[in-house]
Design a protein around this ligand. Structure first.
Ligand code: UDX
Length: 437
């Protein structure tokens, strides 16, 4: 199939690369000329495991190219995917101005029948607006169908998620558009669910909010574990073994972050309010998420007494491992809070240093070259992102480097017993603290 993808962010780029890899001809379009030039020169603007190789392989095979012209994309494809940002506004409402602009631009160059597919996460009923807009601005009266095809990939394992999806959701009123979309996804051999457009749009917000709810649920349980002497990891295993519940997304921690969950939960709350059916359960999900970070900060304060002038090392800046993304990262919020309280914070992250340095919130932190450099002279170590390499560090050496061996593990990455045996004061989430005599 000939496909164009408007927007070369995480979703657009990964989708374009994977579509090309299964044999489609893909043009990735972006209005950022510098980004397009970089991509044409083989430089990939984001870190995502495996992405660079796939892009290079398919560019070489002439199945993937980059352009800054929507006209070039629309002219040369049967299917036009929209994958532009839908950022949040302060009140939680989604900013749909990029979707609206791209819809107008597509309308402007549309001459023959195309399937216009929305991949960006959008509020229910956006497809109707896209349809209206294209109709209004397309003076030639060209035929088109609008489809909603939400994306469920996770950063860090985006290629795997795209290549092996649990399901593909196709929302459309047109059988012809559905048939074309099925051809696009045929090579992925995944279950396909065909719905109307509104349901497909709602599925995305409902799925992400449910996953966020699962995390807040286990985080609320972790608070109960902390005061009752139970172990949240055991509780998560015990409930997760019930196949109706499942163990995934039951990892207690410092709360969910990233560019999706916080935004999508806020958006869904706003959408339901607007529709006159307030989704109050999600307000609680959001509140618990914020509380989890506050509780962790309180644990640090209660242990260290005063943060002012204390040297604190933080491992992790990204919102989760295997990404360089520091957007809405709870790790960043923690560093910011400790800096505000006057602590001297040194940070290390395997992939997030470059993007971290651009953030005002952590500008006063010291960026160190390695985890061991970061803990030199530190009175406490905070683990804020569960990078697997942190678990494999020689903690005897870490202890030697620290002034006082106190660890706050915000991701339950380490084993409390082992840390106790090594002589650390070890605090984690929803598990008993280990204080050696
Ligand atoms: C999420 C959805 O998983 C994906 O389907 C959707 O398309 C985009 O949003 P992503 O934000 O990339 O993906 O990462 P995800 O792995 O879902 O993690 C989100 C946040 O939740 C991270 O901050 C992570 O640390 C946190 N999390 C996740 C937990 O705290 N506990 C868990 O058990 C799982």
């Amino acid at each position: 199939m000939d496909i164009s993808i408007i927007g070369s962010g995480y979703v657009g780029l990964v989708t374009g690369a994977c579509f090309a890899d299964v044999g489609h001809n893909v043009i990735c379009v972006d209005n950022d000329e510098a980004k397009v030039k970089a991509l044409q020169a083989g430089r990939i603007p984001i870190y995502e495991p495996g992405l660079e190789q796939i892009i290079h392989r398919n560019v070489t095979a002439h199945r993937l190219r980059f352009s800054s012209s929507i006209r070039e994309g629309v002219d040369n494809s049967q299917i036009v995917f929209i994958a532009v940002p839908t950022p949040p506004q302060p009140n939680g409402e989604v900013d749909l101005s990029f979707i609206e602009k791209v819809s107008r631009e597509i309308a402007d160059v549309l001459t023959d029948y195309r399937v216009i597919v929305d991949k960006s996460t959008v509020p229910v009923k956006t497809g109707e607006r896209v349809t209206e807009t294209i109709k209004r601005y397309n003076r030639r009266g060209a035929k088109f169908d609008v489809v909603s095809n939400p994306e469920f990939l996770r950063e860090g394992c985006a290629i795997h998620d795209l290549m092996h999806p649990d399901r593909i959701v196709i929302g459309s009123q047109s059988q012809h558009a559905v048939d074309l979309m099925k051809k696009v996804y045929e090579p992925f051999m995944a279950p396909i669910l065909v719905t109307d457009i509104n349901s497909a749009e709602l599925i995305k917000h409902a799925a992400n909010s449910f996953l966020a709810l699962k995390i807040s649920y286990i985080n609320a349980i972790s608070a109960i574990c902390q005061v009752s002497g139970a172990d949240v990891e055991k509780v998560a295993d015990g409930i997760g073994m019930d196949r109706r519940i499942g163990r995934q997304f039951l990892n207690a921690g410092i709360g969910y972050g990233g560019s999706c969950f916080p935004k999508d939960v806020a958006a869904f709350i706003h959408i339901s309010d607007q529709l006159g059916v307030p989704f109050t359960l999600l307000q609680e999900v959001q509140r618990i998420n914020g509380l989890q970070k506050e509780r962790f900060l309180k644990l640090i304060r209660d242990t260290l007494w005063v943060l002012r002038e204390k040297r604190i090392a933080v491992w992790g800046l990204t919102f989760k491992p295997d990404t360089d993304d520091v957007r809405s990262s709870v790790a960043v919020e923690l560093v910011d809070a400790m800096l505000r309280e006057g602590a001297h914070v040194s940070v290390y992250d395997p992939k997030g240093m470059e993007k971290g340095r651009e953030l005002k919130a952590v500008a006063d932190a010291k960026f160190e070259k390695s985890p061991l450099e970061a803990v030199k002279g530190a009175e406490a170590l905070v683990i804020a992102t569960e990078w697997p390499e942190f678990a494999n560090i020689d903690f005897a050496e870490v202890k030697k480097q620290m002034t006082t061996p106190i660890v706050f593990d915000g991701r339950n990455l380490l084993n409390p017993e082992t840390m106790g045996e090594l002589g650390f004061h070890y605090h984690s989430i929803g598990r008993a603290s280990v204080i050696p005599r």
